[in-house]
Design a protein around this ligand. Structure first.
Ligand SMILES: NC(=O)c1ccc[n+]([C@@H]2O[C@H](COP(=O)([O-])OP(=O)(O)OC[C@H]3O[C@@H](n4cnc5c(N)ncnc54)[C@H](O)[C@@H]3O)[C@@H](O)[C@H]2O)c1
Length: 265
């Protein structure tokens, strides 16, 4: 199946680590032009090199904190100047730290809101006019199954990700007439391929602090598909949704890629 992503200009935020890395490399293998928006520049450059080897038409890494609107605007201007426009945006940056709501602080809430929601607002708002003028485009956000059914120790994160789902549905309604499609992918637990593929900024940087191997095995055993997700599982769904050739009639959808953890009709 040809996704017709060759030569398309694609922005992946947080495209250096874990799921973002797999998304970057997935687009690279399809021959896309990639802009990786990252705060981890060394890892970003490493993944950019892998992307070139895999066949990306072009790759640039732009140092960008997605919570800073001006930095986001500069990054998008760099994508336009290098690759002539933006066909697809993947809002992949996200962050959480597992703790019960009673243990959280207002500073923690603000950090979760900034990284997981304001970053999405900044990138989506900055790219929308451009897509409308160019006759359309795709926006895919990485949300979480925690947004769909709730998750202990992820109350604020789950709520903010639910906000991302709602935001995308409304923007999908407003902008479908311009050919802009907006979709959301909700991963379940998706652990890095290995320690080399994860940023020091990642919540998975010390994954043994989050879950023991025994806990991972128990979580997998409770899933209908009996296995945890791999970054590539999520990337495949993001590429599918980003492709007008195969997903051109899909917009406003929230889709879980979580081994059947949530099943929402
Ligand atoms: N991995 C999972 O189990 C899981 C589960 C559900 C949802 N998700 C969501 O999927 C997405 C990717 O998750 P992941 O595990 O690959 O994340 P990760 O933490 O491994 O990678 C995030 C990347 O974003 C970059 N980043 C962080 N803050 C940034 C900022 N302000 N500006 C620019 N870049 C920044 C980091 O440097 C890192 O490279 C996130 O939105 C996450 O919430 C992940």
């Amino acid at each position: 199946m040809d996704l017709e992503l060759k030569g398309k200009s694609v922005i992946v935020t947080g495209g250096a680590s874990n799921i973002g890395r797999a998304i970057t490399l997935g687009f690279a293998a399809e021959g896309a032009n990639l802009t990786i928006a990252e705060i981890d520049m060394p890892l970003g450059e490493k993944v950019a090199e892998e992307a070139r080897q895999l066949g990306a038409s072009g790759v640039q890494v732009i140092e960008t904190d997605v919570t800073d609107l001006q930095q986001v605007k500069n990054m998008i201007a760099a994508a336009v100047s290098q690759f002539g426009g933006v066909d697809a945006l993947v809002n992949n940056v996200g962050w959480d730290q597992l703790m019960f709501f009673a243990q959280t602080t207002p500073e923690f809430w603000q950090r979760i809101i900034q990284i997981n929601f304001v970053g999405v607002l900044n990138c989506t708002h900055s790219v929308l006019d451009l897509m409308i003028k160019n006759g359309g485009g795709s926006i895919v956000c990485l949300s979480s199954d925690a947004s769909r059914q709730g998750e202990a120790r992820e109350a604020v994160y789950g709520a903010v990700k639910a906000g991302v789902n709602g935001l995308m549905k409304s923007i999908a309604r407003e902008n479908g007439r311009f050919g802009v499609r907006c979709n959301v992918i909700c991963p379940g637990i998706t652990i890095p391929d290995d320690d080399e593929t994860v940023s020091a900024n990642s919540m998975w940087a010390n994954k043994e602090d989050m879950f023991t191997e025994e806990q991972f095995a128990k979580i997998a055993a409770n899933l209908p598909l009996k296995k945890l997700g791999k970054p590539k599982d999520i990337a495949n769904a993001v590429l599918f949704m980003s492709s007008r050739a195969v997903a051109g009639h899909i917009t406003g959808q929230v889709t879980s890629v979580s081994g059947g953890y949530s099943m929402i009709g």
